[in-house]
Design a protein around this ligand. Structure first.
Ligand code: NAD
Length: 335
């Protein structure tokens, strides 16, 4: 079987970590046909928009995408392609596992948790403007719906059930944001009652940030709204050695897009020195989504071996290897 995949190499370090990931995917022996599409600055020049219709069409057709990071201009310029993609295709669940690896130095050992973040609404709804012509005041609207809250919490519990996770923690700020965060918490509490075999608890987001730093081993699966999930999942990446090893999936009912948690790190672009692990592990999540657990397992075992040995690894892990060399070593270990 040939898997047709939409490929978005992205920009900045995106194309380098994408090429490294394709090298590893080819070593599985599985057959892929990649349909490469352009986004961001490059697409803006050609199509007049950073997220052109052919990108969305390709993803709708192939149902699965592998994506590198895309730069979003800060403060001005075009709206985030990443946010636009998630909203246009209703990729409502952002899944970000954070797992300690032997050989990757970090302050903690034995961390194994998953962040499930609502990906389509709340403060990322894009309803934001300046109130006055002088730009002295700005406002944004946070939209939280019962439908999206129930959907993400149910996704989290189903994921926990499938993956054998024992506890779900809902993170919110319902003490202050009584309507928006309060609605999310109410939905979480209601859906939790449908899963009596899985422990449920809730935490206020500020306390959660502290608890994760103090005792991350106490948490198993965290489900939360968009902004809190964005921030806490980078914190979780920090618990296990940084963005270089943090994969993610954006999942909807019809389409799924797999990408590293990290961004395009523009100042490192073209140097072939960044860690390809996050994108390679994202490709493993893609293989599991396609039902190719064996291929995913072989890549993950090779990644673990290379990280543990620590010889052919990139600079962020204390090594000197290039992006390409590290990927080649992972492919070689797959036998
Ligand atoms: P970033 O993740 O690009 O980089 C932050 C730092 O993390 C880097 O300076 C580097 O030290 C480290 N890092 C990131 N990726 C690494 C890798 N593969 N190997 C080793 N170290 C790595 O975050 P940023 O600088 O805040 O954002 C840069 C651009 O990326 C922005 O335009 C932002 O909007 C965009 N971004 C895109 C996505 C996405 O496409 N999903 C996600 C986050 C940020």
């Amino acid at each position: 079987m040939v898997y047709k995949i939409t490929l978005i190499p992205g920009d900045g370090i995106g194309p380098e970590v994408t090429a490294a990931t394709l090298l590893v995917l080819r070593a599985t022996g599985l057959e892929f046909e990649f349909e490469e599409v352009q986004t961001g600055e490059a697409a803006l020049k050609e199509y007049g928009t950073p997220l052109p219709e052919p990108v969305l069409d390709s993803l709708r057709r192939n149902k699965v995408g592998l994506k590198g990071p895309i730069t979003t201009p800060i403060g001005t310029g075009f709206r985030s392609v990443n946010v636009g993609l998630r909203q246009a295709l209703n990729l409502y669940a952002n899944v970000r596992p954070a797992r300690s690896f032997e050989g990757v130095s970090s302050r903690y050992k034995g961390v194994d948790l998953v962040m499930v973040r609502e990906n389509t609404e709340e403060l990322y709804s894009g309803v934001e403007h300046f109130v006055d012509p002088e730009h002295n005041a700005a406002e944004t609207i946070s939209i939280v719906t019962r439908k999206a809250s129930e959907r993400i919490v149910r996704f989290a519990f189903e994921y926990a059930r499938r993956e054998g996770r024992k506890k779900v923690t809902a993170v919110h700020k319902a003490n202050i944001l009584k309507a928006t965060s309060g609605l999310f918490l109410e939905c979480a509490q209601r859906i939790a009652r449908e899963y009596p075999q899985i422990k449920f608890e809730d935490r206020i987001v500020d306390n959660m940030a502290m608890q994760l730093v103090l005792k991350p081993e106490e948490y198993d699966l965290i489900v939360t709204t968009n902004l809190f999930g964005d921030i806490l999942s980078d914190l979780c990446a920090g618990l296990v050695g940084g963005l270089g090893v943090a994969p993610s999936a954006n999942i909807g009912d019809d389409v799924a897009v797999f990408e590293p948690v990290h961004g395009s790190a523009p100042k490192y672009a073209g140097q072939n020195k960044m860690n390809p692990t996050a994108m390679i592990l994202s490709a493993c999540m893609m293989l599991r989504h396609l039902g190719e657990a064996e291929g995913a397992g072989r890549i993950e075992a090779a990644v673990r071996a290379v990280l543990k040995e620590g010889k052919v690894v990139t600079y962020d892990l204390g090594g000197k290897a290039s992006t390409t060399a590290m990927a080649e070593e992972i492919a070689r270990r797959m036998g």
